[in-house]
Design a protein. Sequence first.
Length: 411
Amino acid sequence: MAEAQAQKKPDPVEFQWKGQDRQGRSQKGEIEAISREAATAALRQRGIIPHRVKKKPQPLFQSGKKIRIHDVVVMTRQLSTMINAGLPLVEAFRLIGRGSDNAAMRKVINQVASDLEAGQPLQDALAAHPHVFDELYVNMVRAGEKGGILDTVLDRLATYKEKTEALRSKVKSALFYPVAVIAVAFLVSAVLLVWVIPQFQEIFQGFGTTLPPPTQFVIGLSEGFRANWYWILGGIIAFAYAFSKAYQKVEPFRREVDRNVLRLPVFGDIALKASIARMTRTFATLSAAGVPMLEILDTVGRTAGNRIVQEAIQDTQTAVEQGQRLSDPLEDSGVFPPMVTQMIAIGEEAGSLETMLAKIADFYEQEVDAAVDGLTDLLEPIIMVVLGVVLGGLVISMYLPIFKMGEVIGQ
């Protein structure tokens, strides 16, 4: 059941459309949807009778900037300020669009303003752009509109986006450093094996003596690499592609990968802490906006970032629906540290769950920062040793015959 709920949704694509509005006037534009049928249904909800809906052709070369989290945060804070100042929504979006220096973001903002002018609710206008405004964003906006605190909710949403992006960047930096160094080591080793070692091999052929075992091994490695480099490179690319596709499409495989990630030394601890920080921050933010508990758990589960954590939250959602407290099924899952479940239980008893969740998020964000810094300090000497052994071993093995010749000549 949990695996079926966790199936990845199709990515939305852009469609171009032409049609008529309720007054019979010709209209045209663009819309994002997961299919042509979904695009047609969305247009009918807007009061448009579509005559033609087709996929937007993709340019040969993409131009313009991508929409970053920073762009969404800036727009959200500006919108919060303008709503607080009493500006109508359409006028606020038009002003923000004129001030945006990102063409892609400006296009989305102007489309939202056009949808609002056509009478569409704000949450629906935002939901039409899921690559910019995710489900959590739309849910919070809906809750803010219902509660009449849209400006406050938008300000909290911007803070949430900033904190989660900072956390994601921290985790990425922890993974990028060792991967980048390993990639550089592989490239340098490949250069030595393909171009440098063959030059030494030609020199050694005139020595007329048996080469040392390390030198023979490296020469054999060089010959094998040069003869099969396309198989090696193709194998690496094929493995990376197959792994990526299997992780995206094959649910049991993804679940097993996510389970093993949590078991890794150091990295698993960082992954779990990051997931807990993201989960509790999302929960606290949605709770502050007045979103119902079951809806919060549904959204939090989909944004957990790890299948094992996601399944634990989905089981918790079922238990809460049956009348249990939030902390009990979380504790029974065995996924979350005792401190997390105990603090949630205290928050439930004291009626301050939102505050307690925010404190848990703050604590685990600091824990991730400390763990990433510690990991970097730990990896630096290890990587240097590995690089020294690999690259130094290749170089020394090539100079061993020269050293032996020098000893013979000296005698």
